[in-house]
Design a protein. Structure first.
Length: 298
């Protein structure tokens, strides 16, 4: 599991305890950092390891203007030596893996030779795992949302990187919406990252253990997942976390099931009300049971 990106400035000068806090059930978990100062990244990587994370990931893929103004994200693909310096500094400070998530190119500077030069420099500094979003990023003219959709996907480029760097672990990302697609990609790369589809339809992960790891244990129904999540919410509320920041991630839980629209509407209309807690989720779960039955919500 990967956390949302956190900037080095936020960790160094903000509420680092809150930003680094995570629940035992989330492990193994990686923290993604945004930054370009090797010294700052080294300190923050140590903070991440001390907080119990299993991996620290450097974001070299975000194309937003705000990120670019802070001199981190995808714009750093144009500075492979600096990225290598950052990775080396982080690696010297921690024992957990230091990984990099990036694009296959930026703007018109998107030749395969440039991508290989970037990977060659950064891997020499100690990065053995690259997550490659199989689109290039347009730093000018496209919004972050458009950058996730408009540049064409070029999975063959990621496959070629794996062929040319066989000793590296290459994880493919971008536009993957089914487990069948993931299995097909695994014929050519070491791993698959699914982002937006998991957020929109989290139950897609229900059969991952069975389909990829030969785990024959019973798959939890959506309602059983919800029951478990309610326990998680109770724990995190005691730690001071906001209910709505956790409940909003459940909007897509019943995607594709009768009653899903009512579920989304109920949560959207109520999770921001003052004083609400996990009882709201229990009420919503009872509503789903009445609408579709326990078996239908699996």
């Amino acid at each position: 599991m990967y956390s949302e990106m956190v900037t080095t400035g936020a960790l160094l000068y903000g509420d680092c305890d809150r930003l680094l806090s995570h629940h035992p059930s989330e492990k193994p978990v990686a923290m993604q950092l945004g930054g370009s100062d090797p010294k700052h990244l080294a300190v923050c990587a140590q903070m991440v390891e001390d907080a119990g994370y299993d991996e620290v990931n450097l974001n070299i893929g975000c194309p937003s203007e705000k990120v670019r103004q802070g001199r981190f994200g995808a714009c750093l693909m144009a500075e492979p030596e600096l990225v290598a310096e950052c990775v080396a500094a982080m690696g010297k400070n921690v024992s957990i893996p230091v990984t990099v998530k990036t694009r296959i190119g930026i703007d018109n500077d998107d030749s395969y030779e440039k991508l290989c030069g970037f990977i060659d420099s950064v891997s020499a500094a100690g990065c053995n795992l690259f997550i490659l979003h199989a689109r290039k990023a347009w730093l000018n003219g496209l919004s972050p949302k458009q950058n996730r959709e408009v540049p064409p996907l070029k999975y063959d480029i990621v496959y070629r990187v794996k062929q040319d760097f066989p000793s590296l672990k290459i994880v493919i990302n971008g536009g993957i919406t089914t487990l069948e697609q993931a299995k097909a990609h695994l014929q050519s790369v070491n791993g698959v990252m699914i982002g937006r589809e998991v957020y929109q339809n989290p139950y897609i992960l229900a059969d991952v253990d069975r389909g990829f790891y030969d785990d024959n244990s019973t798959t939890l129904s959506r309602l059983e997942v919800l029951d478990n999540y309610i326990g998680y919410v109770q724990d995190r509320l005691r730690d001071g976390y906001r209910f709505n920041s956790m409940a909003r991630h459940l909007l897509g839980l019943f995607h594709g099931v009768k009653g899903a629209r009512a579920w989304r509407r109920y949560l959207s209309d109520n999770i921001h009300r003052p004083g609400v807690d996990e009882k709201l989720l229990q009420i919503a779960a009872d509503e789903i049971r009445q609408r579709v039955g326990v078996g239908a919500a699996s």
